[in-house]
Design a protein around this ligand. Structure first.
Ligand code: ADP
Ligand code: MG
Length: 290
């Protein structure tokens, strides 16, 4: 490969809003056959908003929201921000939290008003029937549902919505048109993940859900072990290790610095369609070299 031809490709990349770490990156895109897409913030906007509050039979919706909002106030997670902001908007000032603890990929807990409160997917006991039904209905509609417990007892379920980016379905079509297999990777519940996948055209068998943040990199390794050449597209701190391990790491310019440092390419505008353009561009550039 002549360095000049590769550099021409890189210049065209810049015009499309693709920042390429070095011309040699284009080489590794040629063999890519699988494109793993992070869900939150990559396929979706990641800007979540509070939706429903469901209380157990003997509980009040206001208590569910106040306790959940109080604990989530101490967390930076997009689910937490949505719940805390929604609770404050509906109820005003929230009580304080002591002994706050974050469980990555699972949720949060702490002491509020003298009770131990958990929010997320930490509770794994059975839910009262009405709460379970409300939770599953929300998840089937693509919303993230979290369980709120007080002193170990299920008090309610809160749901948040995250809009799918307008460009995501088109991006998946373009990846398929290049003969690539798009996959969806998330820590969220499988039901939510399958709903988002269906909306953008990813097959249910290509959804990998309920993956803990530190395990995303193992998913990439497993796919590579199956003989695949993997591109990973992500935005979060959680995605950095997977971006670095993938054969090609594509970071969103709208995401975190950690993701951009770990990736080989940055999609400056956060437009997923450009991921397909980047792969096509590199193939074409390499074709002109040969
Ligand atoms: P993603 O892969 O979608 O970015 P995470 O790995 O950060 O998600 O979290 C996975 C799941 O864990 C979330 O969908 C949510 O159900 C739960 N969770 C994580 N953090 C919180 C939190 N602060 N409050 C409630 N639930 C949480
Ligand atoms: Mg993300």
């Amino acid at each position: 490969a002549t360095p000049t031809a590769l550099l021409v490709g890189t210049g065209r990349g810049a015009q499309l809003g693709i920042l390429i770490k070095g011309p040699e990156v284009l080489e590794s895109t040629r063999r890519v056959d699988t494109v793993v897409l992070d869900k939150t913030g990559t396929v979706t906007t990641g800007r979540m908003t509070l939706q429903e509050v469901h209380a157990a039979e003997d509980a009040l919706e206001e208590d569910v929201l106040r306790l959940a909002g109080a604990v989530e106030h101490a967390s930076e997670h997009p689910v937490a921000r949505a719940i805390a902001a929604g609770a404050e908007k509906r109820l005003g000032t929230l009580p304080g939290v002591d002994h706050f603890e974050n469980v990555p990929g699972k949720g949060v807990h702490g002491r509020v008003e003298g009770h131990h409160v958990q929010v997320g997917r930490i509770f794994d006991g059975p839910l009262p029937e009405a709460l379970e039904a409300a939770k599953e209905a929300a998840e089937d509609a693509g919303r993230t549902a979290v369980v709120v417990t007080r002193d170990g007892v299920a008090l309610g379920v809160v749901t948040v919505a995250d809009a799918i980016k307008e460009t995501s379905a088109e991006a998946v079509r373009r990846l398929r048109a290049l003969g690539l297999t798009p996959m969806l990777l998330t820590g969220d519940h499988a039901r939510v993940a399958r709903s988002v996948a269906a909306a953008v055209g990813i097959a249910p068998e290509d959804v990998i859900a309920e993956v803990l943040p530190e395990d995303k990199v193992d998913v990439v390794r497993r796919l590579q072990g199956e003989g695949r050449t993997v591109a990973m597209v992500g935005d979060g701190v959680n995605d950095a290790a997977a971006l670095a391990t993938a054969d090609l790491g594509l970071a969103l310019g709208t995401g975190t610095d950690a993701a951009m440092e770990a990736g080989d390419l940055t999609l400056v505008r956060g437009d997923l369609r450009v991921a397909a353009d980047a792969i096509r561009l590199s193939r074409r550039t390499l074709a002109t070299i040969k």
